[in-house]
Ligand binder design. Structure first.
Ligand code: AMP
Length: 404
């Protein structure tokens, strides 16, 4: 792997580091600084080599399109990287950390030119530039012209070929400048790589979450690698309906029923055998929460979590596994009445000490953290979409491939 350990002679050189500082915000406050912390090993290593670091990341979404300037200004204010700046500065105590409000042009160029070895410049949200998400050639060229090298350490954005993740390294590499993967990327590629290869059997995947349609490509890929796929979450009801069960008012993607039926031919799909149900999603009557006897859900009710028999069935499969990949909660884990399935799956996975266990980011990572299990997994990915795409594409992501 082409990592920063291979970078030599970078003292005093300006290195653009694409980090993932897409942190959750509450107003102007960073709610969880995990992503900043996750980038520190790479930042510290490059600083110890004497490089001058230009850190770039996106933060939230700026919806360009048919909106007026006032709306864009509002979105920019909401997703302002200046809120992350003090958090980074605190983690890098003793290091000169500056902030650039400018995302391109003379002001940014000057700030980078003035940056000395051992110093850090955090740049405003890359998505303040309309061309970022389009991998705009002019923008990539401009950013690339300001620096001597590039390090990719934003795993959560590695599935996107944007200017800051793809265009810039492509240009610098072609010009013979140093480009490399950071330590966070290295860790993600190594650990997810075990789930991409899936050499160690039994290989059990646990898939949940809302939509089947979001997961089709990953299901197709996992069907080739895995021995069993355990299905939970709202997407289970589409599979249950396709299998002839009654699903009441549960959310179903009717246009995915044929796809679900085709998956059964593999013999690898396991579905819930009981469900925790209620008479509504958020306006349900607490006294009407029930556990079904079997997979069927009566009219007037909807499934909101997997039931205890399902937990036992899935836990038994999990206990036998040597490789485990988990993406998507088993139920509405945000509500304490419907979190048991997700908690029990966390428990079962972490009790299997022989297995290599990976959470593919997103809501399942949040759930494992919330319930106190995250540190017991072999690996918790920092990228939801990126980890799924990595499995789907046999280990390839634009932000990795471009580094080479
Ligand atoms: P995803 O973003 O596809 O991973 O879906 C995660 C979301 O699906 C979480 O917010 C869960 O609360 C939700 N979810 C999981 N199970 C259910 C269910 N049975 N009914 C409705 N929503 C669910």
């Amino acid at each position: 792997m082409n990592t920063i350990d291979n970078l030599k002679g970078i003292a005093g050189k300006k290195i653009l580091v694409r980090v993932d500082f897409n942190v959750p915000l509450k107003g102007t406050e960073v709610r969880d600084d995990n992503r900043v912390v996750a980038a520190l090993p790479t930042i510290k290593k490059l600083l110890s080599e004497g490089a001058a670091l230009v850190l770039m990341s996106h933060l939230g979404k700026i919806k360009w399109g048919k909106v007026d300037d006032a709306e864009i200004a509002k979105q920019k204010e909401k997703n302002n990287m200046e809120y992350v700046y003090p958090v980074l500065a605190k983690h890098l105590e003793g290091v000169t950390v500056k902030f650039s409000k400018a995302t391109r042009g003379e002001e940014l160029k000057k700030a980078i030119d003035e940056l000395k070895g051992g110093e850090v410049l955090l740049v405003q949200n890359t998505r303040y530039e309309k061309g970022e998400s389009k991998n705009d050639a002019e923008l990539s060229k401009e950013w690339a012209s300001y620096v001597d090298g590039f390090v990719m350490d934003a795993f959560g954005s590695a599935h996107r070929a944007h200017a800051s993740t793809y265009g810039v390294p492509e240009i610098l590499k072609a010009a013979g400048k140093p480009v490399a993967l950071g330590y966070l990327m290295e860790k993600e590629v190594k650990n997810l790589g075990a789930c991409v290869k899936g050499d160690n059997h039994p290989y059990v995947a646990i898939l949940g979450g809302f939509k089947v349609s979001d997961k089709i490509k990953v299901i197709d890929s996992l069907l080739k690698k895995c021995d069993k796929i355990l299905i939970g979450g709202a997407m289970a009801y589409t599979f249950l309906k396709a299998n002839g069960a009654k699903v009441g008012n549960s959310p179903v993607e009717n246009d995915q029923l044929d796809y679900a039926r085709n998956c059964f031919a593999s013999g690898k799909i396991l579905l819930p055998v009981d469900n925790v149900i209620a008479d509504g999603f958020d306006n349900y009557n607490k006294d009407n929460i029930k556990v079904t006897d079997d997979e069927n859900i009566p009219d007037g009710f909807q499934g909101l979590d997997v039931g205890p028999k399902t937990v036992a069935l899935y836990s038994a499969e999990i206990a036998k596994a040597k490789t485990i990949f988990w993406n998507g909660p088993m139920g509405v884990f945000e509500d304490e009445n419907f979190q048991k399935g997700t908690v029990e799956v966390c428990k079962a996975i972490t009790e299997n000490k022989d297995a290599f266990s990976v959470i593919g980011g997103g809501d399942s990572a949040a759930a494992a953290k919330q319930f106190g299990y995250a540190s017991k997994f072999s690996h918790v990915s920092t990228g939801g979409g990126a980890s799924l795409e990595m499995i789907e594409n046999d280990g390839h992501l634009p932000g990795i491939d471009v580094i080479g």
